[in-house]
Design a protein around this ligand. Structure first.
Ligand code: 5GP
Length: 121
């Protein structure tokens, strides 16, 4: 599978589609999910063109990998749900077909602001 430059998150990264931005740095962009499943539902995406976590871990640089992992914690702090300052959150990434991935640009969901319930339903 090759990366689709026309996926919705690629368009958001290029500024062609608006988003409610939470945080941005050299490695990541974070914004609110358009269809929130919990009180807080954010997305954290790498700036590089990676389809999913397997593609990312195979092809991204160490700096990009660290940047994305740290980005999740930075965003959780910005949202006030970090375990350092509040009650925590859930992060997950859907990978390909059986994972239920809809947008083919790697993203981590962040759910919080309330108890998010069972891990898999
Ligand atoms: P996936 O199922 O691929 O793990 O999650 C894709 C997520 O992207 C969904 O939660 C969906 O609501 C969100 N999404 C899809 N299109 C847009 C959009 O245009 N803007 C934003 N902010 N989120 C989107």
């Amino acid at each position: 599978m090759t990366y689709d430059d026309n996926n919705i998150f690629a368009k958001i990264l290029r500024g062609e589609i608006p988003c409610k931005k939470i945080y941005e740095d050299e490695y990541v962009l974070s914004f609110h999910d358009v269809n929130p499943q919990k009180k807080i539902h954010a997305l954290v995406i790498p700036k590089g063109k990676y389809i999913n976590l397997d593609d990312f871990n195979k092809n991204a640089s160490e700096k990009e990998i660290v940047g994305l992992m740290k980005g999740i914690s930075i965003v959780s702090k910005k949202l006030g749900i970090s375990s350092e300052v509040a009650h925590g959150y859930r992060t997950l990434s859907n990978i390909s077909e059986h994972g239920g991935q809809e947008v083919p640009h790697l993203h981590f969901h962040i759910f919080g602001g309330e108890s998010v319930g069972k891990m898999v339903q």
